[in-house]
Design a protein around this ligand. Structure first.
Ligand code: SF4
Length: 241
């Protein structure tokens, strides 16, 4: 799966077009903000409940069908075509491709763009991206994700994000035990509680509603922020929205 330097492996929509689309940010601190989304392929984790397995699970998905390799110029054209200057880079795990991503972000920054990057917090961000990214939506994975502790909790990466004023930490919560694990990570890395968001796991309205009641109460009790998954509530588990 090697590709020429400077190209980005971008996820494809079911019709084959690159997954670069305009919508509302559905999760986290900027929930509801109109944004362009760029979904990059590849991930270094294997979450059991991952709802974008088509970006990395090549045992069950066809790489050639799911991924398109695009030059920086092609990605820039597609992004700018939407007429919105807020770009959310998501995945997969975008930082797997951070060396190719940095020049794209840099070029768009010069054209007035602001950026959010979604990451699982296992790869420390390199300086060129740290300089340009306005908001990091770090989503560290808990035991309920099915990843081993060694894979999901990488201390140098977590410490790097914890030290960034631009980083927020969004945890996907399956059950109450997950919140105890969140407390341990918050304590271990000195993360400020007002930068922590808890989000119910779920890819249907019913699943989200089932976990939102007790989780929102826990947020009030413990001083964490709550976020839902707006795109699931609005459109269900529809790809590319
Ligand atoms: S880190 Fe994100 S993209 Fe990767 S497997 Fe987990 S949920 Fe899926």
């Amino acid at each position: 799966m090697g590709s020429p330097a400077g190209t980005l492996k971008v996820s494809r929509r079911p019709g084959g077009d690159p997954e670069i689309f305009y919508s509302l940010q559905g999760e986290g601190p900027s929930l509801g903000t109109p944004s362009v989304f760029l979904r990059l392929a590849l991930c270094n984790l294997i979450c059991t409940w991952c709802d974008t397995k088509y970006t990395w699970d090549w045992r069950n998905h066809d790489y050639r069908q799911e991924v398109v390799e695009l030059s920086r110029e092609d990605v820039m054209d597609a992004v700018q075509g939407h007429g919105c200057r807020r770009l959310v880079v998501t995945g997969g795990e975008p930082l797997v491709q951070q060396k190719a991503l940095a020049p794209l972000v840099d070029s768009l920054k010069g054209r007035g763009f602001s950026f959010e990057v979604e990451t699982n917090g296992t790869l420390a961000p390199l300086e060129p991206l740290v300089r340009s990214v306005d908001q990091w939506n770090v989503s560290p994975k808990l035991g309920s994700s099915g990843n081993s502790p060694r894979r999901r909790d990488v201390a140098p990466a977590m410490a790097a994000f914890a030290g960034l004023p631009t980083a927020f930490f969004k945890f996907v919560v399956v059950d109450r035990q997950d919140v105890d694990e969140v407390e341990s990570l918050v304590c271990a890395y000195g993360i400020r509680r007002n930068r922590v968001l808890l989000m119910p796991e779920g890819t249907s309205k019913g699943e989200l509603q089932g976990r939102s009641g007790w989780l929102s109460e826990l947020c009030v009790e413990r001083g964490f922020r709550f976020t839902t998954r707006l795109h699931i509530l609005l459109w269900g588990d529809e790809r590319g929205r």
